[in-house]
Design a protein around this ligand. Sequence first.
Ligand code: TR5
Length: 144
Amino acid sequence: FQTRRSYCHINAINNEEAAAKIAAVDADSGAPTIFDKIIAKEIPASVVYEDDKVLAFRDVNPQAPVHILVIPKLRDGLTQLGKAEPRQVEILGQLLYAAKIVAEKEGIVDGFRVVINNGPNACQSVYHLHLHVLGGRQLKWPPG
Ligand code: TR5
């Protein structure tokens, strides 16, 4: 059983890595991502926080009891943190502050983690900057 479980785990990792490499090919194309459709309310999402600049909604594939994505409503070239420019410092701060608001709303301020996956080697799969807010269980360190 242990061998089988490990095998599945390795497969899941490989799938994520493969998907991330495919996603990276179009990273700078300017093409809309799935998050644009969520912002436009063309596809449903479970929104937990919204203001004029930021949208936060539940991740469809949660890695913890609370797993929320925080995104800028206007991508404005901010496909990934590694491409951030000085003019985007304000929205970067707003995203981080929104993560704190989300953690408060979800009742996880005693233990939550904010993650940004940047690029294929970090398994970024959507090229519209997003913060993962994770909590609701004991989080381990170091992460995988
Ligand atoms: O891997 P990175 O860091 O790029 O994170 C992208 C995240 O978007 C993953 O955790 C996915 O589970 C999440 N995701 C992908 C889709 C999606 C979503 N979260 C909410 N709703 C979603 N829809 C409707 N469609 C997706 N393809």
